[in-house]
Design a protein around this ligand. Sequence first.
Ligand code: SAH
Length: 387
Amino acid sequence: MQSETDLPDGSELSGVRSDQRQNPTGPYLTAPEDLGSLLPGEPSFRTDQLREWLYEHPVLDPEEMTNLPVRVRNALGPNHWPFAVEVEQSSDRGRTRKWLFRAPDGAAIEAVLMGYRRRTTLCISSQAGCAMKCSFCATGQFGFERHLAPGEIAAQVAFAAASLRDRPMDDSPTRVSNVVFMGMGEPLANYASVREALRRLIDVMGISARSITVSTVGVVPGIDRLAEEPWSVSLALSLHAADDHLRETLVPLNARYPIDELLASARRFTAGKGRRVTLEWTLMKGLNDTPEQARALAAIAREVRAHVNVIPMNPTPLAPQQRPSDLQIRRFVDEVKRHGANVTLRDTRGTEIDAACGQLRVRSATPPEDDPAGNSGQHRNRTADNR
Ligand code: SAH
């Protein structure tokens, strides 16, 4: 990306000090209801003030918590955020901001903020790395590091909100209006943490449940649990193939939860929540871009009353799959439409989003042992490329 700015140390610009790397505890790693434990001897209204600064009006630096006494601000200062900002990149004339955060134990966390006219969407990570090993996804190839804690998930949203407040994006809302779990990790494989993060985003931060999308590769028990939760969050299913044979080659988890079971759980979710699910379809040349797949996909979408989102494949260094030509992409979308399904193709901005989401792979962290592309450690202090 031409306009991208790599900051060797984004932390200084963002007001995050490097000494916090040493400290594994802090306000975001404490449940909002337990914040009093961080303020011993302080009256309870201080806890309420702190909670507001953390969730309702997040600030980059505790120094900005103007109604808290200096002693309280100082006590919180060093470990305000549960991670340091290792890299901040911005592109698209400042309307896309990507962060590589680093937890004190070295775990990498990535988030991408995208400004539009009527919404500002943040793509967040639920795990450092991913265990799902989808053959076309860079995160999967990199392997699993660890689950993220609820506070590490919620803090990505708080940090983006604070950044947006500090430096608004042109022509976009100044608050994070939408959140998508489409960064690193499989959210439903880290259910308890994702659930607690959702609770904080919805009940404490005040983000509308409908504006939050949980994207899953198809963890059926997780979908069923999510359907039972009190919030009407949106659900996206990463389908990618209309038959089990092809899907298994792309998504290993399909061996455990085949398409029929996945669609049955999607129907249960839709029935329970009264909400349509989205079927995500990363379009790969010569694999799932055929007219047969388009027709089968349209039939599935009609049957489960789902919306289809076609995402042209973003090439990653270790994946053999390729992006189809623009003509082929258009033909595929038209064929799905012609067979009666509701379908959208990600626009240019969307393509960029998914470039980020599909390629959230951190090269500055420990690389996989067998890295045939020889990319290990090449771009230190950079996030994965976004072509
Ligand atoms: N684990 C969850 C969320 C993370 S992936 C899931 O699978 O849904 C978010 C979306 O990006 C998924 O639909 C995924 O299939 C898609 N994606 C992954 N790699 C991609 C790539 N190289 N190009 C385009 N989309 C990709």
